[in-house]
Write a protein that binds this ligand. Structure first.
Ligand code: URP
Ligand code: ZN
Ligand code: ZN
Length: 461
């Protein structure tokens, strides 16, 4: 199968220009003016943007969490991602405390193989570190193409590791060419605030927010950065929400330290006033919680200052019935919201269309930086000769309104219901095959491939 895309504005992390792009098999073979190739398909992209397929570095598909499972599996989740222009996702494998990384990997392979429609990779969450796990970490990097290790500084008793384990993990990850990522919030302080609120009878979703003040994230982000500094390990803070946490990363730069940071689309678009809607606020119960307008401003600045490298979703959807597990107790509301489908369009509308970021910056934070940081570049994350033909043809002028009635995620509400956005995914190509056209998915379950990732380092950007 070959495709010739004519006259689109080709956008990469460094430039944008009008050109044709030719793909053959799974790869991009040529980019240039007036390309003269015979192709099975010719797509006229006049007036359209042509950019690399999105990479969402933070999703949770079919994940056991808080007594239930996230409601999108590999099929529904990667299909929804493709509809929105995300061609590759990085999901989290969770080690069960007391069990091996290998057993966890086997479980996630069963969830994904034969089911994924879009491409995917895994982060390995280390929830219980010891000498045996250290050997497995090496094996994951050397043999399995899993080079990023997720840690939790919260969710005590289920996922959290202590600082001693963190430092040991960092040492082995650094030695073998991996990266440690973190959910950086102070779990002990949060647990104490939750207990205090429940004891006072404060049980609504608003108290989820009030139990995780900004300082809990700022403190943990600074502590994590210090531990990275001490061990000289590359590190990445996931789902950064606030000014205080950003300051921790900024401060690290003053000692010539680079700590990578990700924010998520919801922290740029939504704010904590949504928790004042009584139980409806459960739709946005996630950790860390939504923050204030001043934090949104800080995060946009962080993006433009190069302190924040990626924008993910932390897609972790639950049906309304599942959210109701916390009807009388906010601490039982499964944490997470549906977003995998909307990241690219929301970020284009709010970022590029509103003039907050440039087009190359948009490509950088939606695909290129994730590919570089997580060892997939230049196979993924750019439009270049020899790269995978993962391509989004995007109409920058088309407006549409987000709704549960039209989204493709397995979730019976939309966290962005009624939001009108400017810019719409038109056609999506994944490894040389048309994946989305006329708002229809053309690929079957099983087309999605596991992407083995390479080693990484803190100087990759
Ligand atoms: O609320 C969230 N973020 N749910 C998913 C788990 C995590 O902490 O990323
Ligand atoms: Zn988290
Ligand atoms: Zn997450």
């Amino acid at each position: 199968m070959s495709i010739l895309i004519k006259n689109g504005r080709v956008v990469t992390a460094s430039e944008s220009y009008i050109a044709d792009l030719y793909t053959s098999g799974e790869k991009i073979l040529a980019i240039g003016k007036d390309l003269d190739y015979e192709a099975d398909r010719v797509i006229d992209a006049t007036g359209m943007l042509v950019f690399p397929g999105g990479i969402d570095p933070h999703v949770h598909l079919d994940m056991p969490f808080m007594g239930t499972y996230s409601s999108d599996d590999y099929e529904t989740g990667t299909r929804a991602a493709l509809h929105g222009g995300t061609t590759t996702v990085i999901d989290f494998i969770l080690q069960t405390q007391g069990d091996t990384l290998q057993n966890a990997l086997n479980i996630w392979r069963k969830k994904s193989e034969g089911k994924a429609i879009g491409d995917y990779a895994y982060h390995m969450a280390v929830t219980d570190f010891n000498d045996d796990v250290a050997k497995e970490v090496v094996k994951m990097i050397e043999n399995e193409g899993i080079s990023s290790f997720k840690t939790f500084m919260a969710y005590k008793g289920a996922l959290m590791i202590d600082d001693g384990q963190m430092i040991q993990l960092m040492k082995v990850v650094k030695k073998y060419g991996g990266l440690v990522t973190v959910h950086a919030t102070n779990g002990d302080v949060i647990d104490a605030l939750i207990a205090k609120n429940l004891a006072k009878g404060n049980r609504s979703p608003l108290y989820h927010y009030l139990s995780q003040p900004e300082v809990t994230e700022a403190e943990a982000s600074a502590r994590f950065s210090d531990m990275l500094y001490y061990t000289d390990c590359p590190g990445y803070i996931v789902h950064m929400t606030c000014e205080g946490a950003l300051h921790a990363v900024r401060k690290a730069t003053q000692r010539n330290q680079k700590v990578f940071a990700e924010t998520c689309i919801q922290y740029l678009m939504l704010d904590a006033s949504l928790y004042e809607k009584n139980f409806e606020g459960a739709k946005w119960v996630m950790s860390p919680p939504l923050r204030e307008k001043k934090d949104q401003e800080a995060l946009w600045s962080g993006i433009n200052q190069g302190l924040i490298q990626t924008v993910g979703t932390d897609h972790c959807p639950f049906l309304w019935e599942q959210k109701k597990m916390g009807k009388d107790n906010f601490s039982k509301i499964p944490n997470g919201h549906p977003a995998i489908e909307h990241r690219m369009e929301l970020l284009f509308s709010e970022g590029v269309h509103q003039g907050k970021i440039s087009l190359p910056k948009y490509v950088e934070i939606t695909s290129t930086n994730a590919a570089k940081i997580f060892g997939m570049y230049p196979q993924k994350g750019t439009l270049a000769i020899g790269s995978d033909a993962d391509i989004v043809i995007f109409d920058p002028k088309k407006t549409h309104t987000i709704s549960v009635n039209t989204h493709h995620m397995n979730c019976d509400y939309s966290a962005y219901e009624g939001q009108t956005v400017t810019g719409k995914t038109d056609t999506v190509i994944l490894r040389g095959k048309v994946a989305i056209e006329n708002e229809t998915c053309k690929l079957e379950a099983g087309y999605g491939q596991f992407i083995k990732r390479g080693k990484t380092s803190k100087t990759v950007l």
